[in-house]
Design a binder for this molecule. Structure first.
Ligand code: UTP
Length: 291
């Protein structure tokens, strides 16, 4: 059973400067909800309520967001605004959230290593704090279902066009069914010609506790980072690893263009914005096409 989730959210967000100079990328709102709130909601919707968020320097607003703000609640109550009062209380009570700080931003493997005492000897879910999904069944629930079948490390994957593959961790292996691949290789950000397949890691994992020993065994890269992908490659020598094709759409808000696309898609799905926003977009696109 998967009871715990780890959300790494300590990265520097250098691809989103200057917005991320003094605020966490994970707090960038998709319309009006901070990205990391969607990620926490995905855990809750998948039955996980014990969540460890890995934070770091400059990430205080993440802790504040999931804490109570009594002064604000009081003001809202004075206005008899029950809707927003309930919304505020929902955010601070949606899960049992713990925080730990990654002292230096030395990569995803290093961030996950910070969770070793919290996770102990249990398998756990990992959800990147800058990536959200739109799916009928929450992606983490899909991962848990796969774990319950295979009892192995599960890596969420999605197919990516060749010109974008060098931005991702990429798995290689053999598909056992439409959605399930037995992994025999994993490479971080390969050149298109060196990629083992077109299947890229999609921001969600179920990891076994053996990952911590694997992280200890890998050397830091030249830039001092410790990559999860390298640890998974080491793990592959000792135990089987499975990749699962996600059913749904993944949005990575870590790049500016993807963030814009995410905002547009989410706005078009919101009842109160869909029509006026679509009308606005049509008008703008007509003007744009005439130029
Ligand atoms: P990214 O590599 O996308 O985030 O990590 P980053 O390092 O912040 O981004 P850039 O490249 O500088 O723009 C994916 C997730 O892992 C977390 C990030 O916060 C993000 O949610 N992460 C990354 C850590 O927690 N620690 C790290 O050292 C690196």
């Amino acid at each position: 059973m998967i009871r715990k989730a780890v959300i790494p959210a300590a990265g520097l967000g250098t691809h989103f400067l200057p917005a991320t100079k003094a605020q966490p990328k994970e707090m960038l709102p998709i319309i009006d909800i901070p990205t990391i709130q969607y990620v926490v909601q995905e855990c809750v919707d998948s039955g996980i309520e014990d969540i460890l968020i890995i934070t770091g320097k400059g990430k205080r607003s993440i802790e504040d967001h999931f804490d109570r703000n009594v002064e604000l609640e009081q003001r809202i109550l004075e206005r008899e605004d029950e809707f927003w009062y309930n919304e505020l209380r929902h955010i601070d009570s949606m899960a049992n959230i713990h925080f730990i700080r990654q002292k230096e931003q030395n990569g995803l493997g290093d961030a996950i290593y910070c969770a070793r005492f919290h996770c102990g000897n249990e398998p756990f879910a990992v959800l990147l704090g800058d990536s959200v999904n739109d799916s009928v069944i929450p992606i983490t629930q899909q991962m848990i279902d796969a774990y319950e079948q295979y009892h192995q490390t599960i890596i969420a994957v999605q197919q990516v066009p060749a010109e974008k593959i060098s931005r991702y961790g990429v798995v290689g292996g053999e598909f056992l069914s439409d959605r399930i691949m037995r992994v025999n290789d994993i490479v971080e950000k390969p050149a298109a010609e060196a990629a083992p397949s077109s299947w890229a890691v999609a921001g969600r994992y179920i990891l076994t506790p053996e990952i911590f020993a694997a992280i200890e065994r890998i050397p830091s890269r030249a830039d001092r980072t410790v990559e999860l992908t390298d640890a998974l490659k080491v793990l592959l020598q000792d135990e089987p690893v499975t990749a699962m094709r996600i059913e749904g759409t993944r949005y990575d808000i870590g790049s500016k263009l993807d963030y814009l696309k995410t905002t547009v898609d989410f706005a078009l799905k919101r009842k109160e914005f869909a029509e006026p926003f679509a009308a606005f977009l049509r008008e703008r696109l007509n003007e744009f096409d005439k130029k």
